[in-house]
Write a protein that binds this ligand. Structure first.
Ligand code: DLL
Length: 418
């Protein structure tokens, strides 16, 4: 099902629209954001010189570090009185990045999420259970507004326990589920365990994202819940969910190109790569007013495909994201950076310690982390009780700050190799 005529525009028209919008946003950020004015001036580029989509390649990249040093409002292109919403990237402590939306931004986001849900087959007839965390994380509100725009019936249940989710699902005849794939897996396992027959549920479609999930997990969710499971991609810095989505063909995620320009680059050289080659996804927002981003390095690895899709959409497709270029891992939809763990451990111990992080997976999906921390030589090696207490304290603090399951093991000094 196709929600908007923009999704089927012929390629020349999409590209013409992209160029016009790109020129407008470049002028806007040059006028309103000191960071971009300096960036362009230092690169010797004036926005008027960008007269083709190829020229975009002349502009330097931005990345997460750019956003971090300009927190909280340095990258905003509108004064706060024009900003109607703030959200942040996930990572409960991971130096979250604050992003802002104008009224028009919220309107566009709503439309993009309506497109995403509609592509997954969600219509006015559906009862949509939203089991993403409501709050600063962009997942829940993005889906919520989009589902209401379609006219579906929304159950904003946030992160209740899987048992409670299944109970609501059964009682309220939920037909569509939106959450992280790892949570969908937990729900599927709960259904399996509780002996509820999938036929007792009315569920028929799931729309999942916020973390990588292999095909094996899709199959497990689909087979257990008797649904079709659709992948939805996005990142808070760029808008939230609603950057791209699979159609019923499940052959790549259609990028909403009337709002975003996608490039794929070699992460080490920054060179643009041809379609079909794996590299880092770089996105430029061309309609955002409050928090526009130019050539933002997402850190996500993908490849592009511009061949027509039998679904009728003409937009470029990206392959499913399975890996990142940096050390960030996504666990239960929460972005975890090793630097966060390093800081928390240093706060507990009063000094930096060597550590390694191991992903704990269930069915190939990260469910938590195990942190191995080297004991310092001064530690009470012979006092087992004190070591266990320290492990427990580290576990509690890490779990509390990161918001995901954590196990901690103290290991011998110098046993972790870089
Ligand atoms: O996770 C936005 C979102 C919410 C997307 C709900 C889809 C559904 P952030 O917390 O900023 O925003 O995390 C963004 O998560 O750069 C990817 O590394 C990863 N990610 C998001 N969607 C997918 C996906 C939201 N479908 C970061 N597949 C991104 C793989 C994904 N990774």
């Amino acid at each position: 099902m196709i929600w908007s005529e923009y999704e089927t525009l012929p390629r020349e028209e999409i590209e013409q629209l992209q160029l016009e919008r790109l020129q407008a946003v470049l002028n806007r950020v040059y006028r309103n954001v000191g960071f971009y004015r300096r960036l362009f001036d230092e690169a010797g580029i004036s926005p008027e010189e960008i007269t083709s989509l190829d020229d975009l390649g002349r502009i330097p990249f931005t990345d997460r570090e750019t956003l971090r040093v300009n927190q909280p409002y340095g990258m905003f292109a509108l004064p706060l009185r024009e900003v109607v919403r703030l959200q942040t990237t996930s990572g409960t402590t991971g130096e979250p990045i604050v992003v802002g939306y104008s009224n028009n931004d919220v309107e566009h986001w709503t439309e993009l999420m309506a497109r995403s849900l509609y592509a997954a087959g969600v219509s006015k007839e559906d009862v949509v259970q939203i089991a993403f965390d409501y709050g600063l994380f962009t997942g829940a509100l993005g889906f919520h507004y989009g589902a209401e725009r379609i006219g579906a019936t929304v159950i904003p249940c946030s992160r209740l326990s899987p048992e409670k989710q299944v109970e609501l699902m059964r009682n309220y005849k939920t037909t569509a589920l939106a959450c992280t794939p790892s949570f969908a897996l937990q729900i599927a396992e709960t259904v399996e365990r509780s002996g509820v027959a999938p036929a007792e549920l009315s569920l028929r479609v799931g729309i999942f994202g916020a973390e990588p999930w292999p095909e094996s997990v899709r199959e497990k969710i689909e087979d257990t819940l008797h649904i079709t499971a659709i992948d939805c991609y996005g990142l808070s810095e760029v808008i939230g969910p609603g950057v791209s989505v699979e159609c019923e063909r499940k052959n790549g995620l259609h990028i909403f190109e009337d709002h975003f320009i996608a490039e794929v680059i070699d992460p080490s050289t920054g060179e643009r790569l041809p379609d079909g080659q794996m590299g880092e996804l770089v996105l430029t927002t061309i309609t955002k007013e409050a928090f526009p981003l130019i050539r933002y390095r997402t850190g996500d690895l993908t490849s592009l495909d511009r061949s027509p899709c039998p679904c009728g959409r003409m937009t470029v497709r990206m392959s499913r994201v399975m890996e990142r270029t940096d050390n960030m891992v996504v666990v239960r939809g929460v972005n975890i950076f090793p630097s966060q763990i390093e800081r928390i451990l240093a706060e507990i111990q009063g000094e930096k310690s060597r550590f390694e992080m191991v992903l704990l997976k269930s069915e190939g999906v990260p469910e938590g982390i195990e942190v191995h921390v080297e004991m310092s030589s001064g530690m009470f090696v012979d006092e087992v009780r004190k070591l266990m207490e320290l492990e427990e304290r580290m576990r509690e603090v890490l779990e509390g700050e990161l918001g995901i399951p954590v196990q901690v093991k103290l290991v011998e000094p110098r046993s972790i190799h870089a």
